[in-house]
Design a protein around this ligand. Structure first.
Ligand SMILES: Cc1cc2nc3c(=O)[nH]c(=O)nc-3n(C[C@H](O)[C@H](O)[C@H](O)COP(=O)(O)O)c2cc1C
Length: 376
């Protein structure tokens, strides 16, 4: 029995398994490897400057002639944040709190002997004349590149791609949105998207409060047959893919399982942490982007808990965390910058080629689904 669903027809792929858009990890080499192996590779382009995004799209096209996609963020809070900046002066707007939070970050760097000079080389590569990182203009200019390059698939990792839908569909681009609740699923469904990704609490990165096992069937029922659903969050081997099918999903959006691969864009020391860590080694923290995100436990996330201090909302927290995490990454500090990961991390036993991970997900799912009649 071959693993197949209407997701394969919608995207023109062999297996209904999609590489999750993961910033810093789902780089052109990884996206192309997954697409070449029969899945759908999605570029984790959230932090790419518009110019870098165009380069990435062109690079993935050189590496594969198969369909692929681009994931960026469209956070509603970013639209609000420009007015927050304008309204600063009240004393407790995010812009006003920024300097205090930066001082907290600088003290942390001093305490941990993180070299400020080191962060220069590791900071996100920005165009000098491009829009400010994670600003409204930044996210909107990324969308212009996605539309101009006529990518096969676009995924909104946060927010609603509704305002861009007509132009995307006019190019033949299929559109997905990652959601973490039934309410948000219903919102994006009315925008005319093609596929909904239901990502639960178990997953790495930005995070829903609702567990994957409970979320998937409720989202499937809410959009009852109108749109296919990909299950996500904690799906780290073939049994997880099979479980997503059992819950009514028609495929899986998989992140963490593809992190410990040769092609992933994260650092070798971060891949090693994934192999060494287990089910209890993650926590949910706003310390990286300002939104709740599942990270591998680390001193930076813990420092905010210990200080009883609230991180700033997106996009301000990235300004605070950026230099700290860039310097810690440069210094290969596993204890400070191990990265995002989902709770399925304990299933990862080795760093492998992405094609092997995809094949194992497919074979494992086929085996689990074929043997499910054992229970009758
Ligand atoms: C390292 C990492 C980076 C991520 N970055 C993004 C991102 O930039 N955009 C996004 O939409 N989701 C991001 N996510 C969430 C993934 O798209 C996906 O929903 C999640 O990885 C699924 O759960 P899993 O990791 O348990 O498979 C990230 C996840 C990880 C682990």
């Amino acid at each position: 029995m071959a693993l197949h669903s209407r997701i394969c027809e919608i995207f023109g792929i062999k297996y209904p398994i999609v590489l999750a858009g993961m910033g810093g990890a789902s780089v052109p080499a990884l996206a192309a490897a997954v697409s070449n192996a029969g899945g759908l590779g999605i570029l984790g382009a959230a932090a790419c400057s518009p110019r870098e995004l165009r380069e990435w799209i062109r690079e993935v096209r050189k590496r594969t002639d198969k369909p692929f996609g681009v994931d960026t963020l469209l956070p509603a809070s970013v639209r609000r944040s420009d007015s927050a900046v304008a309204a600063s002066g009240s004393g407790n707007s995010p812009a006003d709190l920024l300097s205090g939070h930066r001082a907290f970050a600088q003290e942390f760097m001093k305490r941990e002997s993180l070299d400020r000079a080191a962060d220069e080389g590791a900071a996100p590569r920005m165009d000098r004349d491009g829009p400010a990182f994670f600003s409204k203009d930044f996210f909107e200019e990324q969308m212009e590149i996605v539309i101009d390059e006529k990518v096969p698939v676009y995924a909104a990792g946060l927010g609603n791609p509704g305002p861009w839908m007509d132009r995307l569909h006019a190019n033949g681009t299929k559109v997905m949105a990652v959601i973490g609740s039934v309410k948000h699923a219903l919102q994006v469904a009315t925008s005319g998207i093609d596929v909904v990704v239901a990502q639960g609490h178990d997953g790495g990165g930005h995070n829903s409060p609702i567990g994957t096992m409970a979320l998937i069937p409720q989202v499937v029922d809410a959009i009852a047959g109108r749109l296919p659903v990909l299950g996500a969050g904690g799906i780290t081997d073939g049994r997880g893919v099979a479980a997503a099918f059992m819950l009514g999903a028609e495929g899986a959006w998989v992140g963490t399982a593809f992190l410990a691969t040769k092609e992933a864009g994260i650092h070798q020391f971060q891949k090693e942490v994934l192999v060494e860590s287990g089910d209890s080694d993650t926590m949910v923290s706003k310390s990286v982007t300002g939104k709740p995100a599942r990270v591998i436990k680390n001193k930076w996330a813990q420092a905010w808990v210990d200080a009883g201090k609230d991180p700033l909302p997106m996009p301000f927290q990235s300004i605070v965390a950026g230099p700290v995490l860039a310097a810690a990454t440069q210094q290969k500090r596993k204890d400070i910058a191990p990265g995002f990961a989902g709770q399925g991390m304990g299933l990862i036993k080795a760093i492998r080629p992405a094609s092997e991970v995809l094949e194992a997900l497919v074979a494992g799912a086929e085996k689990a689904l074929a043997s499910s009649n054992r229970f009758r």
